[in-house]
Every structure is written in structure tokens, then in C-alpha cells.
Write a protein that binds this ligand. Structure first.
Ligand code: G4P
Length: 531
């Protein structure tokens, strides 16, 4: 078990849209032999439009890699690559996936440097002390100066950037990369037709005449200068600093040309951590749960329905934190105290599912047919007690929109779809009492989630909808205002613009347009506490 856990690398790729995450994912899969050449698995591409980046990849490339977890073996490692759903907005879903990984590869467009989304995603990694590896992509296009790029990573992200290799020019002058550790130059060759393994010619050190002759004098001079600068200015490479999230190893290359990808993959696998222990908050004090513990434990970080349009089912994704999973084993859902049998468990490759009989700490398994599971739930092997993971943060919604069902005939599908999407954590669902009617209200961190809800309602449930934006920006629960004990509007002093509603757990909440309204409410409703 120890060696199985030790060879696992569970990670995600993050980037600002368009920096090349999808392209890099595709290339990595080719190295793992997990994908054949694009175009061989095209049958499914029309089934559904894009919801995640991998579906985008599927759409663009005609390959079947549409969801959540991809795993493959490479160089003795078991690689688990998790999809971080890419919307233009930062989403909770992305955050939740990042709780399930042990490290991250951050893709940067060499011509653009650090962009908004990269910064936000990086912040999440830093807070969790997740080791980050950087891939500076698109070096075949004009790129920012190497030292400027490294400096920007250090300054903007406040992390030490250690170049594992240096680019030899960029754009039309791009000649390849110089691998600092191996002291070899890897020459770039443009490969027509997008072949997957760009040949890499390798030679001696930087002063090797072959290197000098291959580069233009200015590119060669810049390389020598940069090599000297980073050698003298930077501290030596420390794998411990990488593991602690203090240093990011930086690799340069061009994903589209499959150049530098293998060096990235090899370096990543060498220095990224195996599954890391997690904290449990089950007992009196928090304790670290050892990955190699005999006891199976894990947590649900994602729920997704209708992944396969042919089967209307719901899959809960469990990141195994400790021990060994065996199909058919029983586990306890710590939140409910109920025992469940993990009989229908899958390993997922894109939309393909294969039954998984055995899995280890670091792996992600998909559990089907257990409707009682919720995002954040801790699962423990039978007989284990006192373990409770608290990995999934809750983000208070900041945008609210009323969702209308324009077609009464579709009422059932509309309700069913909304309930399911709320369960997946895509949005929070509230109801505003209005006479005999109940108005459905969506809450999310970013407004793009509403588009996604509409899109999925339509495509998966056949229910059209209409969105009406509102001015509310925060929601607070009324303490003790649950179910029967609900306070009515008449007995409360609700400021103009604020509104009472009920949340998904049936508890009374107030919606406020601003902090001022919240304070007004508290000041004028003595004895009513907000959470
Ligand atoms: P994303 O998932 O981060 O959003 O980025 P994606 O991989 O979709 O890449 C965005 C665009 O950048 C794509 O072009 C892709 O081909 C291109 N690209 C990726 N890596 C490189 C690279 O190393 N060099 C260059 N020159 N371009 C690169 P597109 O026109 O949007 O799509 P496509 O039709 O080329 O697939």
C-alpha cells in the first residue's frame, strides 16, 4: 500500500482562459499513452456542448475527455489529473476541485505574463500551501523578456520563481530551451501537421559551439546573460521550498508544438508531492490523518449529475485521504452517521467509466447511486471514528437573480433541474414567499453561474428559463428562524430594498442590497440575531 500511495500524483492545471490549459492537458495525456491521436474517438463529440474545459477540448479536438478525472501511468507514477472547470469567472467549483489535489501546474501565456484569473487561482493555492509548478507557454510567439517574466511571477504572486530551464529566444527567433540541471540544450523544431512528439536535439553545455551556432548572436548573448544572472542572483534549488509552496519551478515551452512538455512532466513528477495527509477535526483537537493509515477515509468534493446523458444518474466524487478502497466495502457518512455500501464505484476517464475494484489514498473515485451524499461529506471505513474533514469552504453568495419558468407545462422538470443543480453546488437556491406563489431565487459568487444554470436546465432537463437580476448582494440567516418558528414580515422591521426568503435547508434568511441595510436591520430588530 505504501508504494502504491507514494507513486500517486494528484494535480490540476490552472490558467487564465486561453493561456493553453486545454492544449497542455491534451499533450500530457498523449505522454501517458492515455490518448491516441486526436480524431480517433470522435463518435461522442456531438452529444453535448461544452460545460467544462475538457468538453471544450472534446469539441475542438474530437476526443473524449469530458469530465472530472483523468488518470494514467507514466514513468512508474500513477497520475491523476483533475479538471478545474473553466469559466471566465472564478467559481466555487474550481475551488472545490483544488481542495482535492496535492499540487498544481499553472500555465502562463509567455506573451502576456500573469493575468487576472491566474492571480486569483494562485491565491487559492497559496492559502492552502499547495505546491505550484509554472509552465510558461507559447514561446513560439513573441514573449516577454525572460527575466521580466520571472520577476513578474515573484512580484505579483509573491513566490520565489526558480527557472528549471531557460528559453532560447522566442517568436520567430525561438530555438528551444536550455535545461539548467542537465546542462543540455533542447532544440526546437517546427513540426508540420502538429505531430505529438516534437523531436528534441540535445547537445552539451551553454558554451558548446553547437548551441552558439544554432542561435542568432543576440539570442545567444541574451541566453548567456540570463543564465549567469539567474545563477548568481537566485538561491539554489530547494525541493523543500517547492513542497512548502515557497518556490515555484518554472518551465518554458510551447504546448501546441509539444515542446518542453516532457521536461515539464518529468520535472513535475520528480518534485511534486505524493498524497499529503489532511487534518481531521472530528475529535477534541485537530489531528493529521496519515495517508498510509490502514483506515479508509475520504471526502466528497464534487457532485455531478447527468454526465452521461444516457443514464440520468448522479455521481459523487470522493478524494481518498487515507487507506485503501475496495469495491463493495461499507463506509460511514460522518454527517449523517449512516452506513453505505460503496458498490457502484467508478474510475472515470472522460465520460468512460470503468468499475474500480481498488483505489488508494490520492485517488479519486466516483460513487454512483448514493443520493444522500453532499459536497463536503466525510466518508470513513466502518469502525473508524472521530474523523471529520473540513476541506470544502463555503462561499457566501454575492449575486442574486430570480429565475422564472416561462412554461407552466415544464414546471416539474424546471423544479427537478434546479434542485439538482443546487445539490451540485452550482448555485444556492432560495425561495421568496409572495402570496400563494413562491419565487425561486439563485445565489452565486459570480453571475456567470446563472448562465450555466440556464444552459444546463435547458440542455439536461429541457426546461427554458428567464433570469431577472436583482440588487441584493448579501444574505444572512435569521438565527432560530427555522420552519415553524419563522418570523413574519409584519413583526420585523425590514428596510426598503431588503427581503425575507427561505434557504435550501428551509431556514429563514434576509437578503440585503448593502451593508448599510444589514446594519439597519440589526439595529431595528432587537433580539433577532443574524448569522
Ligand atoms: P485554455 O484551455 O487555457 O483556454 O487555452 P487553449 O488550450 O484552448 O489554447 C488557447 C489558444 O492558444 C488555442 O488557439 C491554442 O491552439 C493556442 N495555443 C496553445 N498553446 C500554444 C502554443 O504553445 N503556441 C501557440 N502559438 N498557440 C498556442 P485557438 O485559436 O483558440 O484554438 P485552435 O483552433 O488553435 O485549437
Amino acid at each position: 500500500m505504501l508504494s502504491e500511495i507514494d507513486r500517486r500524483r494528484t494535480f490540476a492545471i490552472v490558467s487564465h482562459p486561453d493561456a493553453g490549459k486545454t492544449t497542455l492537458t491534451e499533450k500530457l495525456l498523449l505522454y501517458g499513452g492515455a490518448l491516441q491521436l486526436a480524431g480517433t474517438v470522435t463518435a461522442r463529440k456531438k452529444e453535448r456542448a461544452t460545460v467544462s474545459d475538457w468538453m471544450e477540448l472534446e469539441r475542438k479536438r474530437g476526443i473524449s475527455v469530458s469530465s472530472t478525472v483523468l488518470n494514467f501511468d507514466y514513468g512508474g507514477y500513477r497520475v491523476n489529473l483533475l479538471d478545474t472547470p473553466g469559466h471566465k469567472d472564478f467559481s466555487e467549483d474550481t475551488y472545490r476541485v483544488l481542495t482535492a489535489v496535492d499540487s498544481v501546474i499553472m500555465v502562463i501565456d509567455g506573451g502576456k505574463g500573469i493575468e487576472g484569473q491566474t492571480r486569483k487561482l494562485f491565491e487559492v493555492c497559496r492559502r492552502r500551501q499547495t505546491p505550484v509548478f509554472t509552465f510558461v507557454n507559447k514561446m513560439d510567439r513573441p514573449a516577454l523578456d525572460t527575466l521580466t517574466l520571472l520577476d513578474e511571477i515573484e512580484r505579483v504572486l509573491n513566490i520565489r520563481a526558480y527557472p528549471m530551464n531557460l528559453p532560447m529566444g522566442s517568436g520567430v527567433d525561438f530555438r528551444g530551451i536550455f535545461d539548467r540541471r542537465a546542462e543540455t540544450a533542447c532544440f526546437y523544431e517546427r513540426v508540420p501537421g502538429g505531430a505529438y512528439r516534437a523531436p528534441e536535439a540535445v547537445s552539451g553545455g551553454i558554451s558548446d559551439p553547437v548551441v552558439r551556432e544554432a542561435l542568432t548572436p543576440s539570442v545567444y548573448a541574451a541566453l548567456c546573460e540570463e543564465a549567469e544572472m539567474v545563477e548568481h542572483a537566485g538561491a539554489s534549488f530547494s525541493p523543500e521550498d517547492v513542497l512548502a509552496g515557497r518556490t515555484t519551478p518554472v518551465f518554458f515551452g510551447s504546448a501546441a508544438n509539444n515542446f518542453g512538455v516532457q521536461l515539464l512532466l518529468d520535472g513535475f513528477l520528480e518534485f511534486s508531492p505524493p498524497p499529503r495527509p489532511r487534518m481531521s477535526y472530528g475529535g477534541e483537537a485537530k489531528v493529521e490523518v496519515d495517508t498510509a493509515s490502514e483506515l479508509f477515509s475520504g471526502f466528497v468534493f464534487k457532485i455531478q449529475a447527468n454526465m452521461d446523458p444516457k443514464h440520468r444518474d448522479r455521481m459523487a466524487f470522493v478524494r481518498i485521504v487515507s487507506g485503501r478502497f475496495e469495491r463493495g466495502m461499507t463506509a460511514v457518512n460522518v454527517r449523517t452517521g449512516k452506513t453505505l455500501r460503496l458498490a457502484n464505484s467508478s474510475a472515470i476517464f472522460g465520460r468512460e467509466r470503468t468499475t474500480v475494484d481498488e483505489a488508494f489514498a490520492g485517488d479519486v473515485i466516483g460513487v454512483l447511486g448514493v443520493d444522500a451524499l453532499r459536497i463536503g461529506d466525510t466518508l470513513c471505513g466502518d469502525g473508524v471514528s472521530g474523523i471529520l474533514y473540513n476541506e470544502i469552504p463555503v462561499f457566501p453568495p454575492e449575486c442574486f437573480a430570480i429565475i422564472h419558468n416561462p412554461s407552466p407545462a415544464n414546471y416539474k422538470r424546471f423544479r427537478e433541474g434546479l434542485a439538482q443543480l443546487a445539490l451540485e453546488g452550482l448555485v444556492k437556491l432560495y425561495e421568496i414567499p409572495a402570496g400563494h406563489q413562491r419565487i425561486s431565487l439563485l445565489g452565486a459568487v459570480g453571475p456567470l453561474q446563472f448562465d450555466l444554470v440556464q444552459y444546463r436546465l435547458e440542455s439536461e432537463y429541457g426546461a427554458a428559463s428567464r433570469i431577472e437580476n436583482t440588487d441584493w448582494t448579501m444574505v444572512r440567516r435569521i438565527e432560530g428562524g427555522a420552519g415553524g418558528g419563522a418570523l413574519d414580515e409584519a413583526s420585523l422591521h425590514v428596510p426598503m430594498g431588503a427581503r425575507l426568503a427561505v434557504d435550501g435547508d428551509g431556514r429563514q434568511v434576509v437578503l440585503f442590497p448593502s451593508e448599510w441595510h444589514r446594519r439597519f436591520f440589526e439595529e431595528h430588530n432587537e433580539g433577532v440575531a443574524l448569522e
